[in-house]
Ligand binder design. Structure first.
Ligand code: HEC
Ligand code: HEC
Ligand code: HEC
Ligand code: HEC
Ligand code: HEC
Ligand code: HEC
Ligand code: HEC
Length: 267
């Protein structure tokens, strides 16, 4: 009886260690490459990005820098399927020498992107969002699918992201005599989520917290940024004014993006 009881516990141990080893191997694979399910084309199979490069050299030249270049599709012939992540499997298209109707061209439609970025459909359905679902703005207005689609992070990526916004929002471009340091340090996304939020103007916070994330010392120690040196006076003023509105309400720091008349971004 005892021997028989021990037996299953030994094989259980073997099972656990095998499972752990299996998980370890799987994690080694997924660190390098994410398996995804791209759009399908009836009767077609994956051929890999190298095939596409034969004819679409202009696009293929920069593609190695794109985040999507590293993804692997599930299904037959699944190696190196970068282009086919968005365009679907390309065997019929290649066989036809590039025939029309044999490959998916997403054009301005976000549907291909939603295939994998399902959460983004939700973000663009929020009450304040860019009109992507209405077809007036597209994912590719802000993300280049063929190179460097990553526009996150600091440095050049941050500058590029801000430049992208200013293509359409010229009013916020300045140049301003008194530019707001927030844009220099964190770009437009310091205060806006360009996919969408529940707050008016796609702001990431609807109240003074939007500003206090960076200006907390203003409230505690009086106004200690810029030239104005008063002690607790500003803190008192904030208390009164905030009960009536926001840091950026009329008469206060209306020039949140920059000002040509006042260093404190006031009218
Ligand atoms: C043998 C050459 C050839 C190969 C290989 C090839 N294409 Fe094409 N592709 C073409 C031609 C030609 C066109 C039509 C170009 C035009 O109309 O301007 C085209 C058009 C396209 C279009 C636009 C289709 C449309 O309806 O607007 C996409 C997207 C595309 N190719 C993607 C790919 C992908 C992805 C691969 C690799 C799986 C690939 N192509 C491989 C020649 C090729
Ligand atoms: C992240 C998704 C994505 C990936 C990956 C991708 N594309 Fe595209 N591709 C698009 C979108 C979106 C469009 C439509 C762009 C537009 O009209 O604004 C497009 C358009 C095209 C076109 C139509 C011609 C044109 O310039 O408008 C061709 C050809 C093409 N892609 C080829 C490729 C090739 C070759 C690869 C791989 C080297 C590739 N694509 C990888 C999303 C992708
Ligand atoms: C086949 C699935 C798939 C499709 C289709 C797809 N993506 Fe992606 N995308 C991914 C995955 C997976 C990642 C995460 C990549 C990583 O972690 O390196 C990603 C990452 C991104 C990123 C962030 C890049 C980064 O480095 O942080 C952006 C932006 C993006 N995708 C935009 C798009 C747009 C726009 C489209 C449509 C034109 C699209 N994607 C279509 C799977 C897909
Ligand atoms: C108005 C410009 C704009 C549009 C339109 C847009 N994006 Fe973005 N997206 C951005 C910016 C800016 C970031 C970087 C956000 C950050 O750094 O905080 C980003 C980040 C991302 C990321 C990576 C971070 C994350 O949130 O997962 C993905 C994936 C992405 N976008 C997908 C999409 C897809 C899919 C669409 C279309 C349905 C789209 N975006 C439309 C500006 C845009
Ligand atoms: C392709 C052009 C385009 C690009 C690029 C673009 N936007 Fe927009 N933006 C629009 C349009 C169109 C609207 C909607 C205007 C309307 O509904 O009246 C809008 C609306 C907004 C609004 C809300 C305005 C309001 O009145 O509610 C904010 C904030 C905004 N965009 C910020 C950004 C940021 C931040 C970026 C960069 C990450 C960006 N936009 C990139 C076209 C663009
Ligand atoms: C420090 C926070 C902050 C930063 C950074 C910021 N914004 Fe704003 N933005 C705001 C606030 C607050 C409002 C709302 C102003 C109002 O309601 O009067 C706003 C409003 C807007 C609007 C709507 C304007 C209108 O007249 O309705 C647009 C468009 C916009 N911002 C674009 C941008 C762009 C583009 C950038 C980057 C260059 C940017 N913002 C950076 C805080 C910011
Ligand atoms: C991402 C961080 C960040 C956010 C968020 C932010 N700011 Fe700023 N702000 C800065 C930086 C950096 C400076 C420049 C400070 C300096 O150069 O001494 C600045 C400067 C200012 C100044 C000018 C002070 C002066 O005399 O130089 C005012 C006023 C101001 N911010 C108000 C606001 C308001 C109002 C909000 C909210 C709508 C806000 N800030 C949100 C980072 C931020």
């Amino acid at each position: 009886m005892h021997a028989q009881r021990r037996k299953p516990s030994r094989s259980w141990l073997i099972f656990v260690s095998l499972a752990a080893w299996g998980l370890f191997l799987a994690s080694c694979v997924t660190v390098e490459r994410t398996v995804v399910a791209p759009p399908q084309i009836a009767g077609a199979t994956y051929v890999g990005s190298k095939q596409c490069a034969q004819c679409h050299t202009d696009i293929a030249d920069h593609f190695s820098t794109a985040s999507h270049a590293k993804l692997v599709a599930s299904g037959a012939g699944a190696q190196d399927t970068g282009c086919e992540n968005c365009h679907g499997p390309g065997s019929l298209h290649v066989k036809a020498g590039g025939g029309a109707g044999t490959i998916i061209n997403p054009q301005k439609s976000p549907e291909t992107c939603f295939q994998c970025h399902l959460d983004k459909r939700g973000q663009f359905s929020l009450p304040h969002s860019h009109p992507v679902l209405a077809g007036k703005v597209s994912c590719s207005d802000c993300h280049d699918p063929h190179k460097d689609s990553a526009i996150q992070g600091g440095g050049a990526a941050l500058a590029a992201s801000t430049e992208t916004c200013l293509k359409c929002h010229t009013q916020q471009a300045g140049p301003f005599t008194y530019a707001h340091g927030a844009i220099r340090e964190e770009g437009c996304v310091a205060c806006h989520n360009p996919h969408g939020t529940v707050n008016a103007k796609m702001l990431v916070a609807r109240d003074a917290n939007l500003c206090l994330r960076c200006h907390l010392s203003t409230l505690n120690a009086g106004f200690n940024i810029g030239g104005y040196k008063s002690g607790g006076a500003h803190a008192n003023a904030i208390g009164t004014r905030l009960s009536e509105g926001n840091c950026w309400s009329a008469g206060c720091h209306e020039g949140v993006h920059g000002s040509n008349v006042n260093a404190s971004l006031r009218p």
